[in-house]
Design a protein around this ligand. Structure first.
Ligand SMILES: NC(=O)c1ccc[n+]([C@@H]2O[C@H](COP(=O)([O-])OP(=O)(O)OC[C@H]3O[C@@H](n4cnc5c(N)ncnc54)[C@H](OP(=O)(O)O)[C@@H]3O)[C@@H](O)[C@H]2O)c1
Length: 329
């Protein structure tokens, strides 16, 4: 077996051009781990934030990549249920931009039947995250109304579909262009607003009542204005900080008067702090893909060597749906 492989890393923070193809040692699985011969890698906004500003980067050089599909290459001691050659999708803490990816067996999932490898690479982050945002954390009930920021993105397109499938009374989105709004409207949204005017548009669309649930990956001023768009007893789930704003603080004035709640979610942190809870969540969420409730929208494929191209599209706010990297030449 070969001992070296191609991977994509950056040595410094900056524009997409800092992503370089390097030759690296093929990793070997330790106890509880497997290695995966990668077929496709899902691209996440967190990868862009890692490259641009060091989000969740411990040290340089850094190899991005949080989700991968492919075949199990080798299995470490103490891994009961996975075997070489098996097709899987995996969530990893980083390092998926590579031909061989090391993963903890608790976040490696046999491929749901009928799912192709490109699509499977987008399964590990988006579907469990959206399921958690709407159900476990957001506690959405049938008939309630939902507002989702970033409605045309990877998370947003699945959130629209899953909210509708959960029987939401109305699903509203926020997106930064007319093209993105049009795309989101095909993925479960009733109406899509701009970031400037969403609080007023929500009031108009709900007859002044506000929405029951806001999903906020933007933070800062958007989060604060999202609270004002909530109905009495409404919930806001914060799950990102795309705006790069200072950490938010919410207290009694915003919460007491109308019984509002603010909650948070991070799939990567859950994978570390409560892997069993993540596994159970993922299994519930994946059923919505196998039963056809949700379609995972892969809109563009780039070779691994052009990870920079994917970052340009996603970081330039011009992508819709999910982007993937094809690992084979
Ligand atoms: N907590 C978790 O477990 C978790 C898991 C996955 C993703 N996330 C978060 O969810 C969000 C979506 O992730 P994704 O990978 O699916 O990416 P994505 O939505 O496909 O792309 C990034 C999104 O961020 C928006 N955006 C970009 N720059 C922005 C800015 N400066 N201010 C406001 N909005 C901006 C864009 O929407 P517009 O151009 O339409 O504004 C776009 O929809 C990200 O913030 C990510 O960090 C969180």
């Amino acid at each position: 077996m070969r001992s070296t492989m191609r991977a994509v890393e950056f040595q410094e923070y900056g524009d997409p051009e800092v992503l370089k193809v390097v030759t690296a040692e093929v990793p070997e699985p330790g106890p509880g781990q497997v290695t995966i011969d990668a077929a496709y890698v899902g691209v996440n906004f967190a990868d862009v934030k890692a490259r641009a500003e060091g989000y969740r980067v411990d040290s340089l050089p850094y190899r991005p990549g949080l989700e991968v599909s492919g075949r199990i290459r080798a299995v470490g001691d103490g891994v009961p249920d996975l075997r070489p050659g098996q097709e899987v999708a995996a969530l990893v803490g980083g390092g998926a931009y590579a031909e061989v990816v090391l993963a903890d067996h608790t976040t490696v999932f046999p491929l749901p039947e009928g799912l192709d490898l490109p699509t499977a690479a987008t399964l590990p982050t988006v579907v469990p995250t959206v399921h958690a945002l709407l159900h476990e954390v957001g506690r959405l009930r049938a008939g309630e109304t939902v507002l989702v920021h970033g409605a045309a993105g990877g998370i947003g397109t699945v959130a629209g579909q899953l909210a509708r499938a959960a029987g939401a009374g109305a699903v509203y989105g926020v997106a930064s262009s007319a093209g993105k709004a049009e795309y989101a409207l095909k993925h479960g949204y009733d109406e899509v607003f701009t970031a400037d005017s969403f609080p007023e548009e929500v009031r108009r669309a709900t007859g002044g009542r506000g929405v029951d649930l806001v999903l906020d990956p933007v933070g800062g001023e958007t989060l604060r204005r999202g609270l004002d768009a909530l109905a009495v007893f409404g919930r806001l789930v914060s799950f990102g900080n795309a705006s790069g704003a200072e950490p938010w603080r919410v207290g009694q004035p915003e919460l007491y008067a109308e019984g509002r709640s603010v909650a948070g979610f991070s799939i990567l942190t859950l994978a570390q702090s409560a892997p069993d809870a993540l596994r159970a969540l993922a299994e519930r969420a994946f059923r919505t893909v196998t039963d056809g409730t949700v379609r995972l929208p892969v809109t563009a494929e780039f070779p691994l060597s052009d990870a920079a191209g994917a970052h340009r599209l996603l970081g330039g706010r011009s992508s819709t749906g999910k982007l993937v990297l094809r690992v084979a030449d």
